[in-house]
Design a protein around this ligand. Structure first.
Ligand code: AMP
Length: 501
């Protein structure tokens, strides 16, 4: 019997002295060490009463031990459930109640507040330095462990979506969902055992855990394993890497530094970006500085990766490329009929990358994941004449003013080109006449001051009146979450009273 995901990611590396992780201080950890640590931890999980299919909820800082714990959960046939390290005990209480994990692992600093999140099962700790009661207990166990049999349809992980509205939903991902997507990406992006990936993403999210870590382990490459993105540290380590996966903020922060030069990126074969839109301007600036065209791709927790710009061929700024092999993608109108090329509508995807549904939410699942396998992503987009997909925003960010639809991105792209503007977020807030009024929140560029009146004036001839912002608000920076996504819900809440009275 085999364990589909564990066998592919790790079993092939048993006994291998090759580097799996390279830490910021230069410490190297071999594949065999991670393999054996995952065995020790898997034995501990079984001894703690974790049965196949049980959830193991983990809120831990990124460390080699945290990666081994993910692998151990898969190896033991459990369902790995990582939680954002920023969640408060009150937020954790919801996830614990909803998912009923057999075991919760948290930071030692959080243990004192366990009463707030009431784990029904056992609670162990794992700190940023890789110590804690989890590792103390694991020391008593053997490091060999026969992986628990799991097949393609069995669950490997539940990841709660960031959920800007309503309750956060647990996306159930199977062994086949994760492995098929990792295989597709290894091929599409040409990963091999020779790769060294600079890994500065968090591992509680699909990007850092599945896109980055699964792909590198499947390929047998090494990861420079950094607890977080620190631009100065990344500049120092880039010459040791062959590739980097990032969110757009990684790239803007690198470009902000004078010591980020062409030479530093000379040994890199691939930079990828995703999780939030990469500004076309960042794409161009990055190419001008380094000679590299960032490969932008698109995916989400529920679907893994769905599209990618080509490895060979034109990587087109402002687009997310083509559907990946094995992924079907279509653009649907409000009436549920597929739209022709060039028209904006809801993006739907289908394929072995698409998740199994939302944990204990059959109705939500039925609303978004059709019996025919098509999943409504909630993203609006279009396919151009050459087949490139462009995301124009989240469906829920669509603004309806005076009965007309406004796609924020169309307005943002024009504002972003204006003097003094670093970037912008266009939102709709309640308006007594129009239902919603268009508002532009504009982040000033370094040492510049955009002029709200000039921005409004500059759009007058370029956009229909109903699309023009009624108000422009200048700020130092746009609010973003850990994955670099602009928090539009937060902006809407902040400015909801703007047109009141
Ligand atoms: P998450 O589930 O946290 O990975 O968030 C997924 C969402 O991030 C998608 O539904 C998109 O709205 C957004 N997203 C991911 N990649 C891109 C991209 N390359 N361009 C624009 N939006 C993206």
């Amino acid at each position: 019997m085999s364990n589909m995901l564990f066998d592919a990611l790790m079993d092939q590396h048993a006994g291998s002295a090759r580097d799996c992780l390279i830490l910021g201080d230069g410490t190297r950890i071999s594949y065999d060490e991670i393999y054996r640590l995952s065995g020790r931890l898997a034995n501990l999980l079984l001894a703690e009463g974790v049965s196949p299919g049980d959830r193991v909820a983990v809120q831990a800082e990124k460390s080699p031990q945290a990666l081994a714990l993910y692998l151990a959960a898969i190896r033991a046939g459990a369902v790995f459930l990582p939680l954002n390290t920023a969640y408060t005990p009150a937020e954790i209480a919801y996830f614990v109640e909803d998912s009923e994990p057999a075991l919760v692992v948290c930071d030692p600093a959080r243990e004192a507040r366990r009463a707030e999140f009431r784990p029904q099962g056992k609670l162990l700790t794992l700190g940023a330095d890789g110590t804690g009661s989890l590792m103390d207990a694991a020391a008593a166990y053997r490091d060999d462990h026969a992986p628990v049999a799991r097949s393609g349809g069995d669950l490997a992980a539940i990841l709660y979506t960031s959920g800007t509205t309503g309750r956060s939903k647990g996306a159930m991902l199977s062994h086949d969902n994760l492995l098929s997507n990792a295989r597709t990406l290894v091929d599409a992006w040409r990963f091999s055992a020779d790769d060294v990936l600079l890994h500065a993403l968090p591992i509680f999210h699909t990007h850092g855990l599945f896109v980055a870590s699964n792909v590198l382990m499947l390929a047998g490459g090494a990861m420079i394993w950094l607890p977080k993105f620190d631009a100065a540290q990344v500049v120092g380590l880039l010459p040791q890497a062959s590739s980097m996966m990032g969110v757009p903020t990684f790239y803007t922060r690198l470009l902000d530094r004078d010591d980020f030069t062409r030479d530093l990126a000379a040994g890199i074969r691939l930079f990828t970006s995703g999780s939030a839109p990469l500004l076309a301007e960042t794409h161009r600036e990055f190419e001008a500085r380094t000679g590299h065209r960032i490969l932008e791709r698109y995916g989400m927790t529920e679907t893994n990766m769905s599209t990618s710009n080509p490895y060979e061929g034109e990587r087109r700024a402002g687009t997310v490329g083509f559907p990946l092999p094995g992924v079907d993608l279509r653009i649907m109108g409000e009436d549920g009929v597929e739209l022709p090329q060039g028209e904006i509508g809801m993006i739907e995807v289908r394929g072995s990358n698409v998740f199994q549904g939302y944990w204990r939410m059959p109705e939500k699942t039925a609303e978004e994941l059709g019996a025919d396998g098509w999943f409504k992503t909630g993203d609006l987009g279009l396919i151009d004449a050459d087949g490139y997909v462009t995301i124009v925003g989240r469906g829920k960010d669509l603004i309806i003013s005076g009965g007309f639809n406004i796609y924020p991105k169309e307005v943002e792209l024009l504002i972003d080109e204006m003097p003094g503007v670093l970037e912008s977020a266009v939102i709709g807030v309640p308006h007594p006449d129009f239902g919603e009024g268009v508002v532009a929140i504009v982040a000033r560029g370094r040492g510049t001051e955009p002029d709200p009146q000039a921005i409004i004036g500059g759009l007058a001839d370029r956009l229909a009146k109903f699309k023009q912002p009624k108000k422009v608000i200048v700020v130092d920076e746009l609010p973003r979450n850990a994955m670099g996504k602009v928090q539009k819900a937060e902006l809407r809440a902040r400015h909801e009273g703007l047109f009141a009275g």
